[in-house]
Design a protein around this ligand. Structure first.
Ligand code: SAM
Length: 217
């Protein structure tokens, strides 16, 4: 199925941070996006022993939050930026050394994990960069166990349009497209949570890999 979603945002630095600018951007992301990570982890609500994947972890604050939420679990992460993999490893070095957190270089299009490997998956602020969102979501669904949850957190445009990131936030049509993509990938949308955070109106789309429904083909 072709996506009817918005055209992917051009990658640029936010889509694949690198070099000095990418390093600076990593600090900005850690500051501005961590409240969204907190919301996404709250919506994912992992169990203490769950195995969870974060897609597009950037500077790695979300990995740290997931590790705290699943203290006997295992947290995997992929990002296609070498710089962000290094940054996430540094930020989570203790948990990386103990093998509880495992950030690696990979693309959402080809996740280096077995089918049904994860209890939960989260992706914060990176769905807009996926060139083939339905194919990517189908790949995410493949690694989710039956009944496992996916949380996709995005910036939603605020009604007043005056928040810092409103210029690049998802409008109503882009949010409708995301719902259709989740459906197209065979996932079932269970909830949508909106929260006004510093600088951003965040929206978390909570979807489930259902027992009954085969993956979208
Ligand atoms: C705007 S940053 C957000 C990082 C973090 N989730 C946050 O909210 O602070 C987007 C991240 O997604 C990663 N990314 C974008 N497209 C990706 C893809 N197709 N596969 C893997 N990672 C991707 C980028 O390298 C970048 O680190």
């Amino acid at each position: 199925m072709m996506s009817n979603g918005p055209k992917p945002a051009s990658l640029g630095q936010p889509g694949r941070p690198s070099g000095v600018v990418g390093r600076l951007l990593g600090h900005v992301m850690a500051r501005d996006n961590d409240p969204m990570n907190a919301l996404a982890v709250e919506c994912l609500a992992p169990g203490p022993t769950d195995r969870v994947l974060e897609v597009g972890f950037g500077p790695g604050c979300g990995l740290a939050r997931l590790a705290a939420a699943a203290p006997q679990g295992r947290i995997d992460g992929i990002d296609h930026s070498e710089l962000m993999v290094e940054a996430a490893r540094r930020r989570n070095w203790r948990a990386v050394e103990s093998g509880r957190v495992a950030p690696r270089l990979a693309n959402v299009d080809a996740l280096p994990y077995e089918d049904a490997a994860f209890d939960g998956v989260m992706a914060v602020n990176n769905h807009q960069f996926w060139p083939e969102p339905v194919a990517a979501l189908r790949e995410v669904a493949r690694v989710l166990r039956s009944g496992g949850r996916l949380v996709v957190a995005i910036r939603a445009r605020s009604p007043e349009g005056r928040l810092r990131y409103d210029g690049i936030a998802y409008d109503g049509a882009a949010q409708a497209a995301l719902r259709a993509e989740l459906e197209g990938a065979g996932l079932v949308l269970r909830d949508e949570v909106r929260r006004l955070l510093p600088r951003v109106l965040a929206a978390a789309f909570v979807a489930e890999r259902s027992e009954e429904r085969p993956l979208g083909g």
